[in-house]
Design a protein around this ligand. Structure first.
Ligand code: 5RP
Length: 262
């Protein structure tokens, strides 16, 4: 591992490396999106090319599909795979119940479909993603472009009756234009500061016409693998109620990840 990596990248790498232990020969694996998930894809690619691991990957975005192919992971669509053994993905926030906010990278729709179609979802993260209550990170909502301003107004009206601390809703931009997801939709970011009842909010938001999906992942994640900059890794399993700690001794000669782009 290159010694010039920042502590945060070392933490992401450590979490990703530990999470590869969830993957076994013959598995169908959901591949998440984002900078932490990119470390995982690289780690799995190394196992495929150097140790003959046989897996099929189902990517959650065009970006991840390209990276997976690049590192030699055979990729199929979710329709081809149908059901997955495990999905490993990053998160923007996780709470004590392992409920999540996802979608900072704009891929929440595919991520939620793929994670839900998996026997197990494992989140990989550094400790900065841990929160007591969800909502400091703006909650992404995927909406169809048709009438998005009306959808935004309906969301704002709905938020008045919800247990949240902030109510600003902004259209995500890519430069001067609206951000467009892999599904051709837009993203509204909800600046809520604190979400009192994530389960209720998720249900209510998905009732609004024009909302395709929201970035709250409730009762979907089974375990979180938390990496630290010194190589320590903590695994919390919500079903088993266990917390396990390990540590990786990074090899200074391992330069596999030196060109990581995200
Ligand atoms: C993409 C996501 C990502 O998992 C989330 O944004 C975390 O990204 P990163 O690992 O880069 O912090 O939900 O839609």
């Amino acid at each position: 591992m290159p010694s010039d990596l920042s502590p945060i990248d070392k933490a992401k790498f450590a979490a990703a490396k530990r999470a590869t232990q969830y993957v076994e020969d013959g598995m169908r694996v959901g591949l998440g999106t984002g900078s932490t998930a990119a470390w995982l894809v690289r780690c799995l690619g190394e196992l495929v090319s150097e140790e003959g691991l046989k897996i099929t990957g189902v990517p959650t975005s065009a970006r991840t599909a390209a990276l997976a192919r690049d590192v030699g992971i055979p990729v199929v669509s979710l329709d081809e795979a149908r059901w997955l053994d495990v999905t490993i993905d990053g998160a923007d926030e996780y709470d004590g119940n392992l409920n999540l906010i996802k979608g900072g990278g704009g891929a929440l729709l595919q991520e939620k479909i793929v994670a839900t179609a998996s026997d197990q979802m494992v989140v990989i993260a550094d400790i900065s993603k841990q929160v007591e209550a969800l909502g400091a990170f703006p909650l992404p909502i995927e909406v169809i472009p048709f009438g998005w301003q009306t959808t935004k107004a309906l969301i704002e009206e709905t938020l008045i009756g919800m247990d949240v601390l902030g109510r600003d809703v902004t259209l995500r931009l890519n430069g001067d234009a609206a951000y467009v997801t892999d599904e051709g939709n837009h993203i509204l970011d909800l600046h809520l500061n604190r979400i009192g009842n994530p389960r209720q909010l998720s249900l209510v938001l998905n009732q609004i016409p024009g909302v395709v999906e929201n970035g709250l992942f409730i009762d979907i994640c089974d375990a979180v693998v938390i990496g630290y900059g010194d190589g320590r890794v903590e695994v919390r399993d919500i079903n088993e109620g266990t917390v396990e700690e390990t540590r990786f001794d990074f090899l200074e000669t391992d330069n596999l990840f030196s060109d990581i782009a995200e």
